[in-house]
Design a protein. Structure first.
Length: 225
């Protein structure tokens, strides 16, 4: 039996490989820097940014391998379909950056170099402008109030009396039995009145909860919990 091995690397040159991977690395690094500079929340992940850079280069490599071969493309889809990602993405914005580096990597791998550069800079500029001018921000700041009270007896009216004094609006979000039924936890979303401080609200509520825990989360709508 005659067994021969055919190297298909001749479909692109070493220069093509070096240029595609180098450009995808540079553009993905720029995107990672933009992500770091415009990140607002507390759960910044260095590993995520490094993954963005590696992902851009990997997509570029995959596109070099696939080229214009449809059979190769379907085989690759089948092989990658067995991969399962279990890490939760905390922000929808993070998903956007993943697709951005994938798009840049695809453009580099298919040797649309100008498209890759222009698209990476244009979309990064849009991200920076939205961050700088705080586009689509909701100017109404709300707080989450968690109150624990002993089980037995309705304490809702007492708590709402305090909320009426310190907030302009409030809404009961959840009512839950905790600690094997010994306590009841109530969760509200509220808007504090002008001049009211979270500490004042906590002190007033503590007088109605028999010493149980009271928590006020400020800026919860801008912080990933």
């Amino acid at each position: 039996m005659d067994i021969t091995f055919q190297d298909l690397s001749g479909t692109f040159s070493v220069g093509d490989i070096a240029l595609a991977l180098s450009l995808s690395f540079l553009l993905s690094t720029m995107i990672g820097l933009v992500y770091r500079a415009t990140h607002r929340n507390v759960s910044y992940s260095q590993s995520y940014v490094q993954t963005l850079i590696v992902l851009g280069m990997l997509i570029s490599l995959i596109m070099l391998v696939v080229g214009s071969n449809i059979a190769r493309a379907f085989a690759l889809v089948g092989a990658l379909s067995v991969v399962r990602f279990r890490n939760a993405i905390k922000e929808t914005r993070d998903v956007g950056f993943i697709f951005l580096v994938m798009g840049v990597g695809m453009a580099c791998g298919t040797r649309f170099y100008t498209l890759a550069v222009v698209a990476a800079f244009a979309i990064s500029l849009v991200v920076v402008v939205m961050y700088r001018f705080n586009w689509f921000a909701l100017q109404v700041q709300r707080q989450v109030v968690k109150v624990q009270v002993p089980a037995g007896g309705d304490r809702t009216a007492d708590i709402q009396d305090v909320l009426v004094r310190y907030t302009t609006e409030f809404e009961l979000v959840s009512l839950e039995s905790i600690r094997a039924g010994a306590l009841t936890e109530l969760m509200y979303t509220v808007r504090l009145k002008k001049g009211s401080e979270p500490g004042d609200l906590v002190s007033a509520l503590s007088e109605r909860t028999s010493g149980q825990r009271v928590t006020v989360l400020t800026g919860y709508d801008q912080t990933d919990l």
